[in-house]
Write a protein that binds this ligand. Structure first.
Ligand SMILES: NC(=O)c1ccc[n+]([C@@H]2O[C@H](COP(=O)([O-])OP(=O)(O)OC[C@H]3O[C@@H](n4cnc5c(N)ncnc54)[C@H](OP(=O)(O)O)[C@@H]3O)[C@@H](O)[C@H]2O)c1
Length: 351
């Protein structure tokens, strides 16, 4: 039997104003899939880029945004229950390659994972995308180890806060960069980071700010940089990597338009001014840049189970939900995240 659901859909990418709330029926899950009654949906920066038509992985034509949900399994596709440990009634998080902005979704069982005990649905929906991003950036790519020092851009954001937890769990050290004083205060008060190691990014003197922080930490450079901002802060941070240092690049928040639709002229200007590196200089300086897009994991679902085990090993507390909005206010949630002012995760509550 099909089930009725509500979804946020765009007929085509290009503007946040194209998001429309619709009621439709969801077909029965196919073999290998489960139906999840959604309780909470994680809002990601990528959702905004997708709606604006600036994210290459976005489906052509009409699409429902959303990369992650948390909820309860309420049905399985034919023959599926016999192939899985999941049962109807289990609380799960699910990765969705788009389609998550819905009150009910069908998800392949390989993309489901049980919600850790005592977590709310909102905390669970705040976990997979940003947790996997922070983990992949810090461990497989960043080669994080005890004693190393990591520069984390947007450290009070969704990915940033989860990265801070993992750095602490690995007994490594951090210099945190944020965009405003409120976020700095949050990190000092709520995450007990040494005030000398929390910087409010000032594009005019970012290099000098980093030097002050390195002096305060009594080190001569960073072992790893996590950066999804790009733009003017890239070069000063790259130049302060130690030999064997790894610059992990996974986003370009500076390209985020601050209106409902992109200003293509402004984007082209930013694109032309994007940082460039000389590969020959990288050899002599013994520093590297690594880039990734997590959507790649979608094609390698067999790796998810071990990745989630790693996330659980590194967990110290549930993700911080900074804003919880009802499902009907999805466009407002996107605009809030787009503003760059949020702390932690923005989550939609579906029931
Ligand atoms: N490659 C991947 O697979 C992957 C996966 C997930 C996320 N990401 C990227 O990781 C970053 C963090 O994602 P998130 O979902 O956790 O978001 P978030 O960090 O909670 O929010 C984005 C942050 O970007 C910073 N920012 C810098 N310039 C900005 C601008 N011009 N407009 C708006 N914000 C700006 C703001 O923090 P500050 O001002 O404090 O720096 C803002 O809070 C994003 O860039 C996202 O695209 C990449």
């Amino acid at each position: 039997m099909s089930t009725l659901r509500r979804v946020w859909r765009l007929e085509r990418a290009g503007s946040l104003e194209r998001l429309k709330l619709q009621v439709e029926s969801l077909p029965e899950p196919a073999p290998g899939a489960a139906r999840v009654r959604v309780e909470a949906i994680g809002v990601n920066f990528a959702d905004i880029f997708a709606c604006l038509g600036l994210y290459s992985a976005t489906p052509a034509g009409a699409f429902v945004p959303g990369l992650e949900v948390a909820g309860v399994i309420d049905a399985f596709g034919p023959g599926t229950e016999a192939q899985t440990d999941f049962r109807v009634g289990d609380r799960v998080v699910g990765l969705t390659r788009f389609g998550g902005y819905a009150t009910s979704v069908n998800v392949g069982i390989e993309y489901l994972h049980r919600i850790p005990d005592r977590w709310s649905a909102a905390q669970a929906a705040a976990w997979p995308v940003q947790g996997l991003t922070a983990w992949y950036a810090l461990l497989p790519l960043g080669a994080l180890e005890a004693g190393k020092i990591v520069l984390v851009q947007s450290a009070a954001g969704g990915v940033g806060l989860q990265a801070l937890e993992m750095i602490e769990a690995c007994r490594a050290r951090v210099v945190a960069v944020v965009g405003n004083d409120d976020k700095r205060r949050f990190l000092i008060e709520q995450r007990a980071i040494d005030p000398a190691l929390v910087l409010v990014r000032d594009p005019r003197r970012f290099g000098a700010q980093l030097d002050d922080a390195l002096r305060a930490a009594a080190v001569d450079g960073f072992d790893c940089v996590l950066d999804a901002v790009l733009g003017g802060s890239f070069r000063p941070a790259f130049d302060r990597l130690r030999p064997q240092g790894r610059y992990v690049l996974f986003g370009a928040a500076e390209f985020m338009p601050h209106s409902s639709r992109p200003n293509y002229l402004a984007l082209a200007w930013r694109y032309l001014r994007r940082p460039r590196l000389d590969p020959l200089a990288m050899i002599s300086a013994n520093r590297g840049v690594l880039g990734f897009n997590l959507i790649w994991l979608w094609e390698h679902a067999e790796r998810l189970r071990s990745a989630y085990l790693e996330l659980e090993r590194l967990l110290r507390r549930p993700p911080h939900v900074g804003a919880l909005l009802p499902f009907d206010r999805a466009p407002e949630a996107l605009r809030l995240l787009q503003s760059g002012a949020t702390v932690g995760k923005v989550v939609l509550e579906a029931s």
